[in-house]
Design a protein around this ligand. Sequence first.
Ligand code: PLP
Length: 458
Amino acid sequence: MKINENDVDKAISSLTSAYMAKTKRSRELFEYAQRVLPGGATYHIRYFSPYPLYMSKAKGSKIWDVDGNEYDDYWMGHGAHILGHAPDFVVEAVNEVSRSGTHLGFENEYAVRYAELLTRVIPNAEMVRFCNSGTEANMYAVRLARAYTKRRYIVKIEGGWHGSLDQLHVALTPPFHGAESLGILEEFIKYTIAVPYNDLDKLENTLRNFDVAAILIEPVPGSGGCIEPEPNYLKEVRRLADAYGALLIFDEVITGFRLALGGAQEYFNVKADLVVLGKIVGGGYPGAGAFAGPSEYMELLNHLKYPNPRQRVFHGGTFTGNTISMVAGYTTIKYLYENRHLYDEFNYRWSSTAKKLDEVCQEFNRICWITSVGSMIGIHFTSSKPRNIAEAYMNRLSEKIYKALHMYMIVNGIVYMTANMPHLMPSIVHTEEQAKRLVATFTQFLSYITNYVKMSTS
Ligand SMILES: Cc1ncc(COP(=O)(O)O)c(C=O)c1O
């Protein structure tokens, strides 16, 4: 099928006019922001044309922009808010602790309690260290894997996102080759190899030919479009890691506490050697990161056992284990621990919503495909259902239709990100009614765009 991009352009321009009519204050802010923030934004993925939404408040499953428009939020702070925005009991716990100091800079009981809770809920995690972001946590996990195995190479997935650490900021978008930023030297990335998701042959070939310290993988690639692992893929990745003596690192920055309380390890019943956490682990507050694993690996960080810094792995930082992140995270995860049953309904609601969205794609001549695992939902306008991130980019019927959908949803009160790769991450407090609204609005969009746009089968 081919989509006439000129027609999509017309749809986008009509939708953009509607967007601009309701977001005047965002436009003003953008104009000013460009003078003081490069590109008018603090993170380019939040930008979309003609200008991004500037948000002012959020509660539960809703978010409001500076013009007072209300949206159902499917971005949820980059997926950090599993219990919705600002749950009262978490905010109260944080306010309470911050009255006794915002950052003590010493060891504190909250970090001990939180680490203990995490070792109870995360499979295979006997010990934990806290960091300030998913990027940092990946950095330390990779360092630890290299130290433990005394090997050099890291295998990652093409399109897999692990944060902007130099050595991992590689092979993110087509053609999936090399560093994706200026300033990253070839020398920094020469020990990073990317292979396609769901491709065991390429993975095994790499493991056979290089001294691989670790396979670093998002069990379900999130920003790559919530691609589904094929049956047994993750189990086979585990087997291959063992067979070739590499550690398996699950980057569970998105999947952690989302697919199940114990994350993807629990959901797929596959154990990782090291688990990287971010987003939800911070209870919706900044400073969200941790890595965890069996003491056999984690003890390499032990300064008592290895007083000589050259014989241990360094980890640390000013805000590590700060009381705000610890209390926010602990309060959130403890609630989920005590209400584990919530995951059944949560996963059921969003997997059945994903199924309905996919049925709508089917009704509209397979102009699109939905990929999903639990509450992670990807929308793809591709010629077939993508089995890896490269296919999600390279088999597109149209680039512009993504933008048209994004604008249409915003104009109709639904936000998700990104405009270029929709990956929706609802929270536990999103309701059935909102799920229905999502399906209805998506259906209306397909009807709108297929009326607007000429499609030919060739
Ligand atoms: C799977 C994954 N890993 C790592 C990161 C980086 O985390 P942070 O942005 O907290 O550094 C992200 C962020 O989106 C992510 O999705």
